[in-house]
Ligand binder design. Structure first.
Ligand SMILES: Cc1cc2nc3c(=O)[nH]c(=O)nc-3n(C[C@H](O)[C@H](O)[C@H](O)COP(=O)(O)O)c2cc1C
Length: 186
């Protein structure tokens, strides 16, 4: 597949079937991520492959977050939906950024991590595997960080990358016409 076709065909999948994806595919995507551009060669990214048992342990925290501000407990069906969202995708890769002291370095390291995630998502797409970059409250919750073994003083979560086969083909988000985003100077 040509690079542009691959890029244009990538769409976030939000709901996943409970199917498997060969770990070798994930490892190739991580190799692609590890080849992202990185100024000063700081290699700030860390990848944590999170299996279903650990994700199952996230469920009470996710339910508690969803229940915030409610007068009544979350209906069992809604709690079950949360559980499926966490456990059904074949893989979760948590991408963290090792935090530099210098603010400019930190910003550039974040950019490198974002590039790594894009590489990962495109490498997966090339092998017919879908993904989603998540950054909701759960991804920064102290209980979840502890389960991940991430020290929030040393690393930031850049994204939870959910990986698997979608329940339905993702619809995608149409982009506004490119013209409005390009400036041209003589
Ligand atoms: C930094 C970042 C954080 C994101 N966090 C979330 C998220 O928390 N939940 C979500 O549904 N999608 C999240 N996304 C995915 C975007 O919503 C998605 O890429 C966008 O809607 C465009 O859709 P597409 O990926 O299908 O082109 C995130 C994307 C980026 C770049």
């Amino acid at each position: 597949m040509q690079a542009l076709d691959l890029i244009l065909s990538r769409k976030t999948a939000h709901d996943y079937a409970r199917t498997e994806v060969d770990e070798a595919i994930v490892d190739r995507a991580l190799l692609a991520a590890h080849h992202a551009p990185c100024h000063k060669h700081t290699w700030p990214w860390r990848f944590t492959k999170v299996g279903r048992a650990t994700r199952e342990a996230f469920v009470p925290t996710a339910v508690a977050l969803k229940s915030q501000g409610r007068a009544t407990p979350l209906p069992e069906k809604a709690a079950q939906k949360i559980r499926e969202k966490l456990v059904d995708p074949a893989w979760l890769v948590v991408v963290t950024q090792v935090l530099a002291e210098d603010p400019h370095r930190r910003q550039e390291d974040y950019a490198a991590c974002a590039a790594a995630i894009q590489n990962m998502q495109l490498a997966l797409q090339a092998e017919g595997v879908h993904s989603k970059w998540g950054s909701g409250d759960l991804t920064r919750h102290p209980a979840v960080l502890e389960m991940l073994g991430v020290d929030g003083n040393l690393e930031d979560v850049v994204g939870f990358i959910w990986i698997g086969h979608p329940l339905a083909p993702p619809k995608g988000v149409p982009r506004p016409a490119l013209d409005g985003f390009v400036r041209r100077l003589p």
